[in-house]
Design a protein around this ligand. Structure first.
Ligand code: COA
Length: 153
C-alpha cells in the first residue's frame, strides 16, 4: 500500500461513528463524540486541530494537535490496525509539523507509554528526543509515559 492516495482533512463530528469502528473500538461512541466535540470547540479558538486520514472515502486514522502557548502536543494518534506500518502515522506527524510551523508553535511534543516501544522508536526516527517521564492514566490504569520533543525550525 502506498500513501499516495490518502487524504488528510479536518475531523468532523460526523466522523465519530466510523472512527469508533475503525480506530477506537475500545472506547464508547459517546466518548469518541465527546473527544471530537472538544477538539472542534478548541479549534474554533486556534487551540487544537483534529484531523482524519481517509483512504477510499473511509476514515482510517486520527490525530490531534493541541496548542499550549508556543508548545504543541500531538496526541490521540491512532491508525486502524489493518493500515499500520504504511507511513500514515508519519504523514500525520509531518502534517502537524506544518500546522505547528504555520501557527507560531516552536516546540512539538509527543508522548507514548513506555510499554509502546514501536511508537517510541518511530518518534525518535522522526527526530523527537526524550524530554521527560511522567506517571499518567491513559485509559488502562496508571503507567509511565515518555514525552519526546522536537524543535520546529
Ligand atoms: C503508532 C502508530 C500511530 C504509527 O502509525 P503507522 O501508520 O503504523 O506508522 P508508520 O507507518 O508511519 O511508521 C511505521 C513505524 O511505526 C511504528 N509502529 C508502532 N506501532 C506499530 C504497529 N502496531 N504496526 C506497525 N508499525 C508500528 C514502527 O516503528 C514502524 O516501523 P517498523 O515497521 O520499522 O517497525 C500506529 O501504529 C498505531 O495506531 N498504533 C496503535 C496505537 C498507538 O500506539 N498510538 C500511539 C500512541 S502514542
Amino acid at each position: 500500500m502506498s500513501t499516495a492516495h490518502l487524504t488528510i482533512r479536518t475531523a468532523a463530528l460526523a466522523d465519530a461513528e466510523l472512527l469508533h469502528r475503525t480506530c477506537w473500538l475500545e472506547l464508547t461512541l459517546e466518548f469518541v463524540e465527546l473527544r471530537l466535540k472538544d477538539v472542534l470547540r478548541r479549534n474554533a479558538r486556534g487551540l487544537a486541530w483534529g484531523v482524519v486520514v481517509e483512504i477510499g472515502g473511509e476514515p482510517v486514522a486520527y490525530g490531534q494537535l493541541d496548542r499550549w502557548g508556543e508548545r504543541g502536543e500531538i496526541c490521540n494518534l491512532v491508525v486502524a490496525e489493518a493500515y499500520r506500518g504504511h507511513g500514515i502515522g508519519t504523514a500525520l506527524i509531518d502534517h502537524f509539523t506544518e500546522i505547528a510551523a504555520g501557527n507560531g508553535i516552536r516546540l512539538l511534543e509527543i508522548g507514548a507509554a513506555a510499554s509502546n516501544p514501536r511508537a517510541l522508536e518511530l518518534y525518535k526516527r522522526l527526530g523527537f528526543v526524550e524530554d521527560r517521564r511522567v506517571r499518567l492514566n491513559l485509559d488502562h490504569g496508571e503507567e509511565t509515559v515518555i514525552y519526546l520533543a522536537r524543535r520546529i525550525a
